[in-house]
Design a protein around this ligand. Structure first.
Ligand SMILES: [Zn+2]
Ligand SMILES: [Zn+2]
Length: 422
């Protein structure tokens, strides 16, 4: 079987100290079998560069918090065997949804200068009851909500259609340029269009994980940077709140080599407490890091240290980035290493704090401390590492976001990951 796909992939660079990049690209490529044990059909992929990061000043990202009860075995089992027909139906559905979003956005844009606010009503959404076997019209297999970081270039609502295009059952986005401290306030019109797109597509906020600015260092020893970071953190969480989102993911920070880790964690804890006091509804989701440079949050003890310092435990969570964990020394490529990592995570952090996952393979070896994302199965974690995760019920019911480079399209990687579910 050969399918052709066009894909715009968002390239995420997640090292806090480096200049982040957000690119969408598309280039032609042939994909062969991924794994002898796990037969993948040959797929002809078309991936092409679409725009540069410089054009994407309105790129955004974010997180949220899930209250989803996982899919019953029965319902997921029924839908596991996807036929060519169901795949085609799914594609047609995705196209229909995109058209609907465009139509509804046109209506919003032309109706009035002050369009009626289409507040997101829980009851209009699939999964609002907390049990469902689909998201945005796509089959959710094994209780896993896999999607990718999609581009919000041209408007936040475009991240929603981008997610539909790749059949994401979840998605991430930047809420404003991830490389600028300031951005113009969120306009009512943008809020309306975004919420309208969510309503039309059927994405539930529990499965949208916005990503915070790369500039943030909420544990900075530099008072000026700390102040700017705290203002930016507050602004971004407020944006989530206005958009009706319920989680926000960010990188905890760095000591810059100037203060002890504990002091840095104190500052991060204070930053989060202040923002939580001034906002409501949004859970702040701290991402584990790769131990690159002076970044904190690479060790699960440090994530625990942050949670311990946060007063409102109901609005703090953690996002587990597989590449970062591997680079930090957690060897999820082996059975033993995977067990060790998840046991330690459960003991120190607790799976009840897990509000999202970033699915990335690693270009670097275990413990390399380098934050270099690779396509699923093409790095040192390998397919078996992801197969374990995709069959681990502790990862059910949360957004699982790809942040992988061009090479495989997001749509292909999503399919590849779902194919791993037993
Ligand atoms: Zn990140
Ligand atoms: Zn990440």
């Amino acid at each position: 079987m050969a399918t052709q796909q066009r894909k715009a992939k968002v390239d995420i660079k997640s090292e806090i100290t480096s200049e982040p990049r957000m690119t969408r690209s598309r280039k032609k490529r042939q994909l062969a079998k991924q794994d002898a044990n796990h037969q993948q059909p040959k797929i002809a992929i078309s991936v092409k560069k679409e725009s540069s990061p410089e054009e994407n000043n309105s790129e955004l990202s974010h997180p949220s918090k899930p209250k989803y009860k996982r899919v019953s075995k029965k319902s997921s089992g029924l839908t596991e065997q996807r036929t060519g027909k169901t795949a085609r139906q799914s594609e047609a559905k995705s196209r229909d949804q995109k058209v609907k979003i465009k139509e509804s956005l046109n209506i919003v844009a032309t109706a009035d200068k002050k369009p009626k606010s289409k507040k997101v009503k829980q009851e209009e959404r699939p999964n609002s009851q907390g049990t469902s076997d689909e998201m945005a019209g796509f089959v959710v297999k094994g209780g896993k909500f896999v999607g990718a970081h999609t581009s919000a270039a041209g408007g936040l609502w475009n991240a929603v259609s981008g997610a539909l295009e790749i059949k994401g059952r979840a998605f991430a986005l930047f809420l404003k340029s991830q490389r600028q401290w300031k951005a113009k306030p969120l306009e009512e019109d943008v809020v309306d269009k975004f919420q309208s797109a969510l309503n039309t597509s059927g994405y539930h906020p529990d499965f949208i994980l916005p990503h915070g600015s790369y500039l943030l260092n909420c544990g900075s020893p530099n008072p000026e940077t700390l102040e700017k970071s705290r203002a930016c953190l507050l602004d971004e969480v407020q944006r989530c709140q206005r958009l009706g989102l319920n989680r926000y993911n960010f990188h905890p920070g760095s000591t810059c080599g100037d203060i002890p880790v504990d002091e840095c964690l104190d500052l991060i804890g204070e930053s989060i407490n202040t923002v939580l006091n001034e906002t409501s509804q949004v859970t702040i989701v701290v991402e584990n890091m790769s131990c690159q440079g002076n970044t904190v949050g690479g060790k699960f003890e440090e994530l625990k240290g942050i949670i311990d310092r946060v007063k409102d435990k109901s609005r703090i969570g953690v996002c587990l980035d597989t590449c970062h964990a591997f680079a930090a020394g957690y060897d999820l490529s082996t059975e033993d290493g995977y067990k060790k990592m998840t046991d330690e995570f459960d003991k120190l952090v607790g799976f009840h704090y897990l509000k999202g996952v970033h699915l990335n393979d690693s270009k670097g070896k275990v413990g390399c401390h380098l934050d270099r994302h690779e396509n699923i199965g093409k790095g040192f974690i390998g397919l078996d590492g992801f197969r374990r995760l995709m069959n681990d019920k502790r990862f059910d019911g949360i957004p699982m976001i790809l942040e992988t480079p061009p090479g495989l399209t997001d749509a292909e990687e999503i399919e590849l990951l779902y194919d791993m579910v037993d």
